[in-house]
Design a protein around this ligand. Structure first.
Ligand code: DQA
Length: 149
């Protein structure tokens, strides 16, 4: 598995959840588009959404055994709370991008604190579903570079 996309709590409700912040595309719309983009350049793509911190930790732990080269991660509300997820991603040492549909710096003060931004390769926040595409482009470049080495 080349690229792993992980989405945290409440992102299963995309499409109907607070559309002013998160847009009208469903998670299925987003992931089927990303799968096509990854497959078109010959990369494999897997995605999981979960509302539970422990399941997300498990996906991160399994990533090494599954040969994941890059993680695209929207930890959702766990962004602002989860040292456990931060530690999990540090433990596996896989490069990742932090993605948010909304601009977390333009919202409530508590959303400005992220447990991931200082350890991510980069952060994309505020571009809606397109943000995942930007992150995937970065992942593709990263993996292609690794394959050339
Ligand atoms: C989010 C922003 C978080 O603050 C929020 O808790 C989410 C979604 C985003 O994609 O904009 O659930 O990560």
């Amino acid at each position: 598995m080349d690229v792993l996309l992980l989405n945290g709590p409440n992102l299963n409700l995309l499409g109907s959840r607070e559309p002013d912040y998160y847009g009208t595309q469903t998670l299925d719309d987003i992931t089927s588009n990303l799968t096509k983009i990854a497959n078109n350049v010959g990369l494999t793509f897997e995605h999981h959404q979960d509302n539970s911190e422990s399941k997300l930790i498990k996906y991160i732990h399994n990533a090494t055994d599954n040969g994941v080269q890059y993680i695209i991660f929207n930890p959702a509300a766990f962004t602002h709370t989860s040292i456990a997820l931060r530690d999990a991603i540090l433990a596996v040492g896989i490069e990742f991008s932090e993605v948010h549909l909304s601009n977390i710096y333009k919202r409530e003060i508590f959303r400005k604190q992220s447990y991931f931004s200082d350890i991510a390769k980069g952060i994309i926040s505020g571009f809606g579903p397109q943000g995942y595409e930007f992150a995937l482009q970065a992942a593709i470049q990263h993996i292609q570079q690794l394959k050339r080495l």
